[in-house]
Design a protein around this ligand. Structure first.
Ligand code: MN
Length: 338
């Protein structure tokens, strides 16, 4: 019997020998620096108390005090509305309001959200769909439950992420990308073979839905202004360890949407509870995770830090306070949203 040396065994050997990452075996799906070192955990952000956004979205402000800091760049903010049942009634949500200088990314997990904006986009996003809206120089929109969903009642679960725009793109024309469930590619996940076995890679233990960026060469449909990764990682059964190559010089954030998961290190495993966040150190090219409960689901996100000042007030995110004041004036005088 030929005993094949698994790639993870080679990687373990390389780690032991302290060979610099640049010479280590690595997979580089998108031509970015990728070492085979495990990415260490920096900090766990616990679940935060909920608050209402409009009368429709009862959200956890997931990033808590880290929101709008360079530490999460290019991500700015993250609201997560866990599964909540709504009786049949009027469409709940948030009325007309402006945005400038960034993008809002809405993911519907259950229920339906309807969007209408000042540049003429009108759309319903359903479970599994993603709406990637570029506010750019200015947009006015409203976000409500869809009429059909409101009338029937049901469970709503969604999230909204704010992704910053590089300074040079803050005043771009507003844009809108409706990304349907069927347009989001899914990549099978296989358990990481441990050093003491030669586990076959025959059985999938989960999948990655690639919304933005790329995973093992599969590209997500979202078009972004700076390098951004956004993946939904689904781990149906517990106790499988999976390796997720993640560009080393990107910020990396793991949100446990459902179930429980652990961030696995060389000799450690840190459990991350439901609706908590693991902020990862900016080193190591492999994010190693393990589902700890049935039907665990994570959002893995990150990107190249913009390294630009962040001035954020209400619905505007610019680089300077003068630009924020200008945004307020432009909105008040109606020079917005066309
Ligand atoms: Mn909005």
């Amino acid at each position: 019997m030929t005993r094949k040396i698994s790639k993870s065994r080679i990687i373990n050997l390389i780690t032991l020998l302290h060979i610099p990452p640049t010479t280590a075996l690595s997979t580089s799906p998108n031509n970015t620096t990728m070492s085979s070192k495990l990415r260490p955990l920096k900090q766990i952000l616990p679940q935060t108390p909920r608050h209402w956004v409009g009368d429709g979205f009862h959200v956890h402000p997931v990033f808590a005090s880290k929101a709008f800091t360079e530490e999460l760049s290019p991500f700015l903010m993250f609201d997560y509305a866990p599964p909540t049942y709504f009786e049949p009634g009027h469409p709940r949500g948030v009325g007309r309001h402006p945005h400038r200088g960034f993008e809002t990314v809405t993911v519907a997990f259950q229920g339906e959200v309807e969007h209408q904006d000042s540049v003429g986009n009108s759309d319903v996003i359903k479970a599994g769909d993603v709406q990637w809206m570029t506010a750019g120089r200015g947009i006015i929109h409203q976000e409500y439950f869809s009429k059909t969903f409101a009338k029937a009642g049901g469970t709503l679960e969604m999230c909204q992420l704010w992704v910053n725009l590089p300074s040079k793109d803050k005043m771009v024309k507003p844009g809108y990308q409706p990304i349907l469930e069927r347009d989001i590619p899914s990549v099978e996940l296989y358990a990481t073979s441990q050093a003491d076995d030669c586990a076959s890679k025959s059985e999938s233990v989960g999948k990655v839905r690639v919304i933005a960026g790329s995973f093992h060469g599969t590209k997500g449909p979202a078009s972004t202004f700076s390098p951004v990764e956004l993946w939904e990682v689904i781990l149906p059964t517990p106790n499988n360890v999976v390796d997720l190559p993640f560009p080393e010089h990107y910020n990396c954030i793991v949100f446990v949407r459902r179930g429980k998961a652990s961030i696995v290190g060389e000799n450690t495993a840190h459990e991350v509870g439901p609706q908590s966040v693991a902020l990862m150190e900016k080193k190591g090219g492999i994010l190693r995770v393990r589902g700890d409960e049935d039907d665990s689901s994570l959002l893995v996100m990150g990107g190249l830090p913009l390294n630009e000042p962040i001035a954020a007030r209400g619905p505007f995110v610019m680089n300077t306070w003068d630009e924020i004041a200008q945004a307020s004036r432009d909105y008040q005088f109606g020079n917005f949203g066309s």
